[in-house]
Design a protein around this ligand. Structure first.
Ligand code: NIG
Ligand code: FE
Length: 391
């Protein structure tokens, strides 16, 4: 079997702590070997096995990191909300209600238009180093529009999430419980063929704790795996519900009590922070040191969507996490790779240890620190997924 050798890596981030005793598992002057899309050897460049190597990639001293695992995005929608963003930057505040304007445009769009737009966003994400992306429905909010949103999502990723409970659509304004029943019944059934996860926006102006619990349990009963939008706009029970139902991740979590943090610390649930949403809604940033000090596993994701966070750029997310949420650069890189993988319960991505999928980026610089230190600068030279170059 032909092997690909990536050599002369100035600094390699493996996320395998056995390498150097730190979470990033750093190796200087490193190399790794890929066979059948998987990493089969990692070590120093000088000792790299060369037998059977048919293809050599010279990293020329640059830094190599695992591909970003963006565990939270909403890529299936039509139109944009630039006017809403502009008004917000002049003083308006963000509310969940804005989702309905995207719902209107999404319902009118053809499947082809939705797929083209989602593919354009995935191409953008790849350019900035993302190799795994989760994608939610949630701008259809009818049985048919949610089903076709998920069919589109399934064409761009295997990490698809049913978010029929994004907001109560206009036509159910006077009957929110009727909408919850629709979500738990026919809409869920129509989502099943193309959904892996079930999610609820549990927050002010969206769904209550009781509604969230009911919807997640309905999804779990049909074989979907739970994750949750929780505590973005105000404190609430979202984190407690997520942990109670063994959600892979609770996301946003901008408002956390000490009890929430203690609950997360003793759980299997990742806290996924979305600082680009705070940026774009001009909201308060959580001090992530509270989570790290308690031992909570933290993920970082883009939350790409047309309302609260219209970016696919994980280096930007990392820069915000470091500058505004007090992550160290090391914590931010880990959270955007291994943390994202854990938030999707995936062990094959988010690291470059033995057996990992050969998903990685070659940076234009000698250190991952530059991703936060040189904000806004395109530092991702090459992107590889399953051992194939995609940028
Ligand atoms: O994750 N919070 C809920 N959903 C999205 C926002 C959706 C929108 O405003 O269109 C989010 O921020
Ligand atoms: Fe979201």
């Amino acid at each position: 079997m032909p092997h690909t050798l990536v050599e002369n890596i100035g600094l390699l981030v493996t996320n395998d702590s056995a390498q150097d005793g730190t979470a990033l598992g750093l190796i200087h002057d490193a190399a790794f070997l890929v066979e059948n899309e998987k990493v089969i050897w990692v070590g120093s460049s000088a000792s790299a096995p060369r037998k059977d190597v048919s293809n050599t990639i010279d990293a020329q001293g640059r830094c190599v990191i695992p591909g970003f695992v963006d565990s939270h995005s909403h890529l299936v929608f039509a139109g944009d909300r630039s006017a809403e963003f502009s008004a917000r930057m002049q003083g308006d505040s963000y509310s969940a209600g804005g989702i309905n304007s995207t719902v209107e445009l999404t319902r009118q769009a053809s499947n082809g238009d939705l797929l083209r737009s989602a593919r354009r966003l995935v191409a953008e994400a790849i350019t900035s180093g993302t190799t795994t992306i989760e994608c939610k429905s949630g701008y259809g909010l009818t049985v048919d529009d949610e089903a076709r949103s998920l069919a589109v999502a399934k064409q761009i990723t295997s990490e698809t999430t049913f978010l029929g409970a994004h907001v109560v659509p206009k036509e159910f304004k006077s009957d929110p419980e009727g909408y919850v029943d629709l979500v738990c019944g026919p809409m869920l059934d129509a989502a099943l063929p193309n959904a892996k996860w079930v999610d609820v926006f549990c927050d002010k102006g969206a769904f209550s704790s009781d509604q969230a619990r009911k919807i997640l349990k309905a999804g779990i009963a049909k074989g979907l795996l739970p994750r949750l939008h929780a505590n973005q706009l105000e404190p609430g029970d979202g984190v407690q519900i997520g942990v109670e139902l063994d959600a892979a991740s609770v996301d946003h979590v901008s408002h956390l009590s000490d009890r929430d943090i203690a609950t997360l610390a003793g759980s299997n649930t990742v806290a996924t922070l979305l600082p680009a949403a705070e940026f774009s809604t001009r909201s308060h940033y959580l001090d992530a040191r509270r989570l790290f000090e308690a031992g909570v596993v933290v993920g970082l994701a883009s939350d790409c969507n047309p309302g609260s966070s219209y970016t696919t750029n994980m280096p930007f997310v990392i820069a915000l996490a470091v500058r505004e949420m007090h992550f160290s650069p090391e914590q931010a890189i880990w959270s955007a790779t291994a943390g994202g993988a854990q938030a999707l319960r995936r062990s094959d991505v988010g690291h470059l240890g033995l057996g990992a999928s050969a998903d990685f980026s070659i940076l234009s610089t000698s250190s991952y620190i530059h991703l936060a230190y040189r904000p806004g600068v395109p530092l991702i030279d090459e992107v590889w997924r399953h051992g194939t170059r995609i940028k």
